[in-house]
Write a protein that binds this ligand. Structure first.
Ligand code: URP
Ligand code: ZN
Ligand code: ZN
Length: 460
């Protein structure tokens, strides 16, 4: 099957021009003005932006967490992703402490195999680094194509590793060409503050925020940077939220260290005042918590300075009933918020349309950099001859309203209820097939492929 996309405004991380794109099978085979080719399907893209499919490298689907499971499974979550212009996600496998990485991989395959609609991959979260898990790192990278390893500096007793394990893991991962992702917050400080607030009877969602002050993130980010520098291991800080943490990264660049940084859409556009409305604030209980307006300014600036490389979601949705698990104790509210479907449109509307970032920067942080950092470029993350035909046709002028009553995520509220956005995903192609057209999903579960990733680079 062949598809011709005619007269679109092609935008990549570096280019912006009007042309046609010709697709044969799953890949782009020609790009040019007035291509004279015969196609099975022709799509008129005049007036539309034609950009690479979004890549969200931080999602948690059907994940066991805090005594429950995130409410989007691999089918609903990846379908919602496609509706929002994201054609590939990277989800997290969590090793159970005391068990092997292999056992965790098999458990996650059991839930995901045959169920995805968008393409997908996994990061492997190493929660127990020991002599046995050490031996599994090379196999994960070379056999499974899982080249990034997540670490938690918080959630003690379930996910957190100590610095001794971190250093050992970094050395092993570096040896085999992988990368370490980190949830960089100081778990011990946070646990102390949670216990203190609870002892004082301070139990509302506001105290989730007050138990994770900026210093807990700044300290851990700096410590992680130092360990990555010492071991020479490529590092990637997930969901960075604040000025203090970004300054730790800035300091690392002064000694010529390259450390990748991800923020998430919510930290750019929402702030901690949402925690003031009593239990309603549970909708935004996530870790790290939302920060202040000055942190939003820092993050937008960080994107333009090239310090923040990726805008992801940390999509980890829970139904309202699940959030109610913490109605009398903020520490029992399942942490996470839904955004997999909204990321691209929110970033365009709040970022490009409001003049905070350029259109090329938008593509870079929503797609291209994730493909480069996580070993998938140029198969994914750009529009070029030979790349997978993962393409979004986007109307930059259409206005629409976000609501739980119209979204496709399996969650009964929206963190952005009633927000009016400018710019809408109209058509999405994944590996040459039209998968979304005018709000309709045209493929079923199983269409999404697991993408084995290459060894990573410490330079993008
Ligand atoms: O609140 C969050 N972020 N939930 C998901 C787990 C994590 O820390 O990324
Ligand atoms: Zn995290
Ligand atoms: Zn996460």
């Amino acid at each position: 099957m062949s598809v011709l996309i005619k007269n679109g405004r092609i935008v990549t991380a570096t280019d912006d021009y009007i042309a046609d794109v010709f697709i044969e099978g799953e890949v782009i085979t020609a790009i040019g003005k007035n291509l004279s080719v015969k196609a099975d399907t022709t799509i008129n893209a005049s007036g539309k932006i034609v950009m690479p499919g979004g890549i969200d490298p931080h999602v948690h689907l059907d994940m066991p967490f805090m005594g429950t499971y995130s409410s989007d499974n691999y089918e609903t979550g990846t379908r919602a992703a496609l509706h929002g212009g994201t054609t590939m996600v990277i989800d997290f496998i969590l090793q159970k402490q005391g068990n092997s990485l292999r056992a965790a991989l098999e458990e996650w395959k059991g839930r995901s195999d045959g169920n995805c609609i968008s393409d997908y991959s996994f990061h492997m979260a190493v929660t127990d680094f020991n002599g046995d898990t050490k031996k599994e790192i090379q196999e994960m990278i070379e056999k499974e194509g899982i080249t990034s390893f997540k670490t938690f500096m918080a959630y003690k007793g379930a996910l957190m590793i100590d610095d001794r394990q971190m250093i050992g893991l970094m050395q092993e991962v570096k040896k085999h060409g992988g990368l370490i992702n980190v949830h960089a917050t100081n778990g011990d400080m946070i646990d102390y503050l949670i216990a203190k607030h609870k002892a004082e009877g301070k139990l509302s969602p506001l105290y989730h925020y007050l138990s994770q002050p900026e210093v807990t993130e700044a300290e851990a980010s700096g410590r992680f940077a130092d360990m990555a520098n010492y071991t020479g291991c490529p590092g990637y800080i997930v969901h960075l939220t604040c000025e203090g943490a970004l300054n730790a990264v800035r300091n690392a660049t002064r000694r010529n260290q390259k450390l990748f940084v991800e923020t998430c859409i919510q930290y750019l556009i929402l702030d901690a005042s949402l925690y003031e409305n009593n239990f309603e604030g549970a909708k935004w209980v996530m870790s790290p918590p939302l920060r202040e307006k000055k942190d939003q300014d820092t993050l937008w600036a960080g994107i333009n300075q090239g310090l923040v490389n990726v805008v992801a979601t940390d999509h980890c949705p829970f139904m309202w009933e699940q959030k109610l698990m913490g109605k009398d104790d903020f520490s029992k509210i399942p942490n996470g918020h839904p955004a997999i479907e909204n990321r691209m449109e929110l970033l365009f509307s709040e970022g490009v349309d409001k003049g905070k970032i350029s259109l090329n920067k938008f593509v870079e942080v929503a797609s291209t950099n994730a493909a480069k950092i996580f070993g998938m470029f140029p198969k994914k993350g750009t529009i070029a001859v030979g790349s997978d035909a993962d393409i979004v046709l986007f109307d930059p002028n259409e206005k629409h309203i976000l609501s739980a009553s119209t979204h496709h995520m399996n969650v009964d509220y929206s963190g952005y209820e009633g927000w009016e956005l400018t710019g809408k995903v109209k058509t999405v192609l994944l590996r040459g097939k039209v998968v979304i057209n005018n709000n309709e999903c045209l493929v079923s579960k199983g269409y999404g492929q697991f993408i084995k990733r290459n060894k990573v680079s410490s330079i993008i």
